[in-house]
Design a protein around this ligand. Structure first.
Ligand code: AMP
Ligand code: GLY
Length: 425
């Protein structure tokens, strides 16, 4: 069959690698892709929000399945457009992707169906939000309602910061229309866990857990980023926590979406905080995580095409989702200065090394092929990933592999997976 992947980051490279393993796939396309994906797929320079071009490309190439990776096209309704053109597509339609597209929607859904999450209020007027802050407990979290490139969540340690956050989002429209509403919520503490799941509208099957490292600097300092590294599984997401979450969070979410007339088919990513009062939802995403996909998918035993088709056809109940009994760690190599200011176009050396090694993967995020060779083309450049029999071995392998590649301005965190050391053997 012919498969098209929409997107061009590390997540889509990890999806492409999983799809390329399927014996059912004989042709893989990707828009726009990147230099790494280009080794597995024929890439075309079409942007993910150019829906008409994406759909006509899919029609022209007669693809049997389109997989939409990023949040923006999902929330914008690319799956609907593909389906309207008669193309099978994996991912939630617009009505379901609102689970990620509007934080006010998702918080109200959780409240209505009793799904544990932080206490919150939604505001459509800045004056009301500012008044509410006067009585709010600090620290407090201020969130733009809509998509804001992962930057719309502000953790405020003083009342002044919180007031400024409301003003930035609602009055100065720092994130555009994403800030027409704000959610102000209670600050939670605990271990964060990312749980990705496949859903077919009524059934949910979870993948192995993972943990991201969002801040730019070692020791969780510095600015929030798209993610500086991940590990999987999370030792904090125990079997008993999983059982609790299945009963109180995962199944109720899928049932709630179905009851609201928005059956969710695709991947729901549960961002969880394991608080002293039990697991609570931090956020929902309507897609694979980036860089969570880079550590979860290489551990998946199933043929990803079988699983995705079961989601589309409402037959996920028949699938037994299985993961290797091992671990993976992904260390993101970024350009120095990310996420603020950095340069691009630096030649990357050492990429060949990964072709010679099993259990090591170099997922490309911001890269481009040029006449000089593969060059950096974004803040997050590569996701160096390694498997190991346990988390500590996977971490040692991943850090060893970060030495194989080089480029000017290469920057990484040195403590990805350090939390593992807290776990008693
Ligand atoms: P989000 O974009 O919703 O994932 O939020 C980004 C990050 O902000 C999360 O991964 C958490 O680390 C943090 N965060 C979001 N909401 C809260 C909260 N209520 N309490 C503490 N941290 C939060
Ligand atoms: N790694 C977090 C995300 O994909 O949103």
């Amino acid at each position: 069959m012919k498969v098209l992947i929409v997107g061009g980051g590390g997540r889509e490279h990890a999806i492409a690698a999983a799809v390329a393993k399927s014996p059912q796939v004989d042709k893989l396309y990707c828009v726009p892709g990147n230099a790494g994906i280009a080794q597995l797929a024929e890439c075309a320079d079409i942007k993910v929000m150019e829906f008409e071009s994406v759909v006509s490309f899919a029609k022209e190439k007669e693809v049997d399945l389109a997989i939409v990776g990023p949040d923006d096209p999902l929330v914008g309704g690319l799956v609907d457009e593909l389906e309207n053109a008669g193309i099978r597509a994996f991912g939630p339609n617009k009505k379901a992707a609102i689970l990620e597209g509007s934080k006010a929607f998702s918080k109200d859904l959780m409240k209505k169906y009793g799904i544990p999450t932080a206490q919150y209020e939604v505001f459509t007027k800045a004056a009301d939000a500012l008044k509410y802050l006067d009585g709010a407990k600090i620290p407090v979290v201020v969130k733009a309602d809509g998509l804001a490139l992962g930057k719309g969540v502000l953790i405020c340690n003083t009342l002044k910061e919180a007031r400024n956050a409301v003003k930035d989002i609602m009055l100065d429209k720092k994130f555009g229309t994403a800030g027409n509403k704000v959610v102000i919520e209670e600050f939670m503490t605990g271990h964060e866990v990312s749980v990705l799941s496949f859903c077919d509208g009524k059934t949910i099957k979870i993948m192995s857990s993972a943990q991201d490292h969002k801040r730019a600097g070692d020791g969780d300092t510095g600015l929030n980023t798209g993610g500086m590294g991940t590990f999987s599984p999370s030792p904090f997401f125990t079997k008993s926590i999983e059982t609790y979450c299945m009963k109180h969070i995962f199944k109720p979410t899928v049932e709630a979406m179905s009851k609201e007339g928005r059956p969710f088919k695709g991947v729901i990513f549960f961002g969880l905080m394991l608080t002293e009062d039990g697991p609570k939802v931090l956020e929902y995403n309507a897609r694979f995580g980036d860089p969570e996909a880079q550590v979860v998918l290489p551990r998946m035993k199933n043929d990803i095409i079988d699983v995705m088709e079961a989601c589309i056809d409402g037959k996920l109940g028949k699938v037994r989702l299985e993961f290797e009994d091992n671990a993976a760690v992904c260390v993101v190599l970024a350009e120095n200065g990310y996420p603020v200011k950095y340069t691009k176009g630096h030649v990357i050396t050492g990429l060949e090394e990964f072709k010679r090694k099993r259990n090591y993967f170099c997922f490309h995020a911001g890269t481009k092929k040029t006449s000089k060779g593969v060059v950096t083309n974004g803040g997050r450049v590569l996701g160096v990933t390694a498997l190991g029999s346990d988390l500590k071995k996977a971490r040692a392998n991943a850090y060893k592999a970060t030495e194989w590649v080089d480029f000017e301005g290469k920057y990484m965190r040195h403590d990805i997976g350090k939390a593992i050391d807290e776990v008693k053997e």
